[in-house]
Design a binder for this molecule. Sequence first.
Ligand SMILES: Nc1ncnc2c1ncn2[C@@H]1O[C@H](COP(=O)(O)OP(=O)(O)OP(=O)(O)O)[C@@H](O)[C@H]1O
Length: 791
Amino acid sequence: MPAYDNEGATISMEDVRPPEQGISTIQEELQARRLQQMKSQKSTVTSRKQQAVCVRRAHKRYGSSKNPNIILDGLNMTVPKGAIYGLLGASGCGKTTLLSCIVGRRRLNSGEIWVLGGRPGSPGSGVPGPRIGYMPQEIALFGEFSIRETMIYFGWIAGMSTARVDERTDFLVQLLQLPSHSRQVKNLSGGQQRRVSLAAALLHDPELLILDEPTVGVDPVLRQSIWDHLVEVTKDKRTTVIITTHYIDETKQASLIGLMRGGRFLAEEAPSELIRRYQAESLEDVFLKLSVLQNMGKRRRSSILAGVVERVEIPAIPDPTSIDLEEAEIGEISGEFGDNVSMSSKGRVVVTPELAAPVEALPPDDEPPEGCLERIKPMKWQNMKALIWKNFFSLARNYGLLAFIVLLPVSQMVLFCLAIGHYPVGLPLAVVNNELGVNNTMEPCTYDKDKCPQDPETYQWNLTRFSCQYLDFLSKKQSNLVPYATKELALAAAYGGRARAVLVFPGNFSESLQDRLVDGRKAPDWVIASSDIEVHMDDTDKQVEWMLNRDLQLAFMDAAMHLAKVCQLPKRLFTVPVYFHNPIYGLKIPNFTDFAGPGVILTIIFFLAVALTSGAMLAERNEGILERSLVSGITGTEILFSHVIVQMLVMGIQSGVVLLIGFVFFGLTINGPLGWVIFLTVITGLCGMTFGFVVSCLCDTERTATYLALGSFLPMVLLCGIIWPVEGMHFILQWISYFLPLTKSTESLRSMLQRGWDIDVPTVYSGFVSTGIWIFLYLTASILLIKFKKG
Ligand SMILES: Nc1ncnc2c1ncn2[C@@H]1O[C@H](COP(=O)(O)OP(=O)(O)OP(=O)(O)O)[C@@H](O)[C@H]1O
């Protein structure tokens, strides 16, 4: 009767026992079941709640439903209170997955789990929480912490006083032969680190100890003393232990052994029972026999098996009425062991009578399903204290990170202030000045600066070499004027990339200009044409083209004003009749650094916070520390808020550094309220931090987090009005831009810094409001992701 078939490689345990014995045992068993059904039963749920751990019909798969990787396939497990339960199985068979479902960190796809009388994760169950001591497979410790600090962290979470932690630490250091408590975890050997991890699980004397391979890298003597300790703590039945190990023989001291294979238990028996049934000398022998069965491959017949396993019995049911009815129906032990062999048996789960716990007060029944918000638990002071302390010390001990925190914003701000927004100077301009004659490149372009070309008596004008006057003023803005003999040569230089613009002055430029200005009505077209400066520009670089254009026009205005001045005429007589007064806000000479400064400051603070926070969170998660903390009873909300508190300090330092460099050292304009400027900068950092939380919750690895952070960086910089006004974007992008976290805050900061506006102006306060909303959204998203993104 194969209950589990693996590609036709099923070997039933019925195949390996004498047929008459198999039949009689089954008949007895069926009769016992019928009897049991007729007897009055304890409630199934109540009996399950009285076990330390009870798993029923557990199904768990990874991957999509189309391509599932089934890990638990209808698994049943019963761990009585006070037992040491050895969970064995081939590597990758799902032991860790089962344990993380038990501690409430992963959810089953279907099935039920009771842990210490409650459902993991349900209110009042205490699981996850200090009722459990969990040692995960990874080291899951802070490398920078000493042994004592590690114990203080986990002890505080478990609600212990520091004095009690010290007392227990002394005991555990001795028991587990650890070095001095002041040694940093990162400087310990792998085996020592595992023992510290075990000590952290044992520290608070939990009701249920879940130890995932605690004896890896531990010498046999110490391994024995660990087992002795486990036996000791389970003596009074207050503590239950579930332990996974690859050292099979050490589990002979366990009360029960669960052999996992193919998503179910192959056997769940007392070790002595297994040894008896397989008539083996030791557990190693039992497994050796099973391994031989495995090696025999896909052959079904018991003739082969019989040679190896002389006689295999179905375990008797110690007391059929002691097992709940539903369990009896599904209590078939089935599964496989090894790669090719699967076995099934009508065996019973052995519940050793002496291990059955006395009836005691049980946690309240599970409450009806709650809404998302109700599931977010309030923060506990003891947990916050431990987390803030841990975050602060992790930071303070990491000198490289500290240097990064301070030096990165410094270098970025210095680079921005030095590199961005300044006027391009020294651009090569090709000048063909035909006013100087054929030898125009040789002849010095001079003019009498103080002489008015108008005769003071006759008022006749005699304007000469105005081109030189113009070039003199132009050279104050752009000094790299290169003379060329002909227009063709100058254009060739521009086409060859050796000149950014070509200026050509006609031969009679000054004369024609004079005719045009003095009596424009009589000026023929050729006079108008030859009074123009001919300009050919390389427009590839728009920024350069605009600045050059402005210089060329301003140089003419300056030269004309100078002419008016020396002739004692009204200063603006010859200028374009459009007069620009001092700007209402901002500087008369446009400064791109001032325009981009606010956006760049906020971008630096925002993305540094994203990088730091997501990096810290992912490191914590990938090293297993986050998981372990969550199992210890810390909530996602507490983790996030503790990071917020410590990162606020970092944010304060970074904001101070960035603002100091920008405003004090590089003199960026600051006309507005400094307090609000600092506050906006800090809350933008906070917003970045919360975005970092979302990134770290969404991504599983640092690499994907980096991609996501980088992927959001460029759109943010492009669309938030940092380097280009939002009004100049496509109207759809303008809409998108208004919904991005840095748009409103950049505009707000710019208005405070350059316009000097205060918080009561809508443009200013909308930046604060928008940032606040984003913080709330990001924080809520991360809390929900931490809460619900399991397994
Ligand atoms: N997060 C995950 N996503 C997808 N597959 C996973 C995930 N975690 C584990 N698995 C797969 O589930 C299977 C069971 O893994 P698990 O870690 O539970 O095994 P295990 O019995 O504890 O192994 P070992 O003894 O080597 O620690 C493995 O095939 C593993 O690759």
